[in-house]
Design a protein around this ligand. Structure first.
Ligand SMILES: CC(=O)SCCNC(=O)CCNC(=O)[C@H](O)C(C)(C)COP(=O)(O)OP(=O)(O)OC[C@H]1O[C@@H](n2cnc3c(N)ncnc32)[C@H](O)[C@@H]1OP(=O)(O)O
Ligand SMILES: O=C(O)CCC(=O)C(=O)O
Ligand SMILES: [Zn+2]
Length: 375
């Protein structure tokens, strides 16, 4: 499968990620996160609006002055006061949004589509006059009428935005729907397209990937997928999704930094890396069941679509449990310098299984059983 060439990550750990329940990054932590993401190679780092709090405004200015390779964006309402703050605090780009769906339009801001477009024109012209890269996003795009979406995107493109954004704000969209809507927008505008997908129904990575396949160029991610409620697509998840199809698409990034980035942010948040996190979870390259370990010992590609070495990780093979197979037992014996016949390895595996039915096992217990064959 060939994937589109144009791919930019917009990491929004310092905006969407700050909306995660336990996030309250200090200035030093914000700088550390921005520097790690920059070293990794994300193209954009999105920061909380300078309107949010005095420290958020100061930190935007500090990070924007830091001379990072990544472009520093701030996420603001389509509002002149917020736009002025973005300019005053040195943002290189402004990610504007306005809710356009029926359910949100009423309760979020109460504007009609025409009023949204009138406000957008003032704000976009002001930002473009100040040489700010502008993206305009329709919040809750997937509960917005497609004709309304297209009307707005065509209009803001003529106002001079560099890209339009589609947001699955409530995590309701399916991968096929994302593909169809992004494709429809792709056919209507020339500018770049950004996608932002929430994980409420478990489709954030799949939806973000579908958007990429359909022509989205800019993909929103956060470290560990943190964000409002249960978050959005994770950086490591999107890297895994793309690398498993075509590693050359992500070879320009410092993939070996991913474990450290996830670990550092998890520590800042006071959480563990989730067990099901792609690439960086402690068990992401851990093999247990006998049928798996037998095959992996012969050729890791049997049960690994990603090479752990690419990410500075190592595979682990567990044998201290009742699902063990004799091949893995024989391999452990070889590591210990013990030569077992097939019959002995099978007998040792049977012994481990019987003990595993009775209680938890650990590596030392297994080695003791294996040494008993060496005597
Ligand atoms: C789906 C998302 O994650 S969107 C991003 C969410 N991010 C944030 O909310 C950033 C943190 N937010 C904040 O610090 C505050 O909400 C602020 C500073 C932005 C605004 O605070 P307040 O002025 O106290 O307003 P409050 O948050 O209660 O209400 C939102 C206001 O923004 C207006 N508004 C909402 N969306 C938009 C929009 N896209 N563009 C312009 N105005 C908007 C509402 O009409 C309301 O205006 P009002 O004060 O005239 O009634
Ligand atoms: O600005 C955007 O495109 C996304 C805003 C957001 O966080 C959302 O809609 O969930
Ligand atoms: Zn969001």
């Amino acid at each position: 499968m060939s994937l589109p060439e144009r791919l930019f990550f917009v990491d929004t750990t310092l905006r969407e990620g700050e909306q995660f329940a336990s996030a309250r990054f200090t200035t030093a932590q914000r700088i550390a996160i921005a520097e790690m993401l920059d070293a990794f190679g994300v193209e954009y780092i999105e920061l909380t609006s300078p309107a949010a709090s005095p420290q958020s405004a100061r930190d935007l200015a500090t990070i924007a002055r830091r001379g990072l390779r990544a472009r520093i964006l701030t996420h603001i309402r389509c509002h002149m006061a917020d736009a002025r703050l973005a300019v005053e605090h040195g943002a290189q780009g402004a990610n504007l949004l306005f809710a356009t769906s029926e359910p949100l339009r009423t309760v979020s801001h109460g504007r009609s589509l025409s009023e949204i477009l009138a406000e957008a024109k003032r704000v976009i012209c002001y930002l473009r006059d100040h040489d700010i890269e502008v993206r305009f996003s329709c919040e809750d795009s997937f509960r917005t009428d497609l004709a309304d979406l297209i009307r707005i995107y065509r209009a803001v493109e003529t106002m001079g935005v560099q890209r339009v954004g589609l947001a699955d704000t409530v995590g309701i969209a399916t991968p096929r729907q994302v593909y169809d809507v992004v494709r429809a927008v792709r056919n209507e505008v020339q500018c770049d397209i950004e996608f932002h997908g929430h994980n409420d129904s478990g489709c954030a990575i799949a939806n973000t990937f579908s958007a990429y396949e359909a022509g989205a160029t800019h993909l929103d991610v956060t470290v560990l997928g943190i964000g409002e409620r249960n978050g959005i697509a994770s950086l490591s998840g999107m890297i895994a999704r793309i690398a498993s199809i075509d590693p050359s698409r992500v070879q320009r990034y410092r993939l070996d930094l991913l474990p450290k980035i996830d670990e550092t942010v998890a520590t800042m948040l006071g959480i563990e890396i989730p067990f099901n996190q792609c690439i960086t979870s402690p068990t992401a390259f851990h093999h247990k069941a006998g049928m798996h370990t037998k095959a992996v010992l012969s050729d890791p590609r049997s049960y690994e679509v990603l090479d752990p070495n690419l990410f500075g990780r190592q595979r682990t093979i567990a044998i201290a449990h009742r699902l063990v197979g004799w091949h893995a037992v024989a391999e452990r014996a070889r590591e210990l310098g013990i030569t077992l016949s097939e019959a002995q390895a099978r007998a040792a595996a049977a012994r481990i299984k019987a003990l595993g039915d009775e209680h938890d096992l650990d590596g030392a217990m297994i080695d003791e059983i294996l040494y008993s064959y060496a005597e």
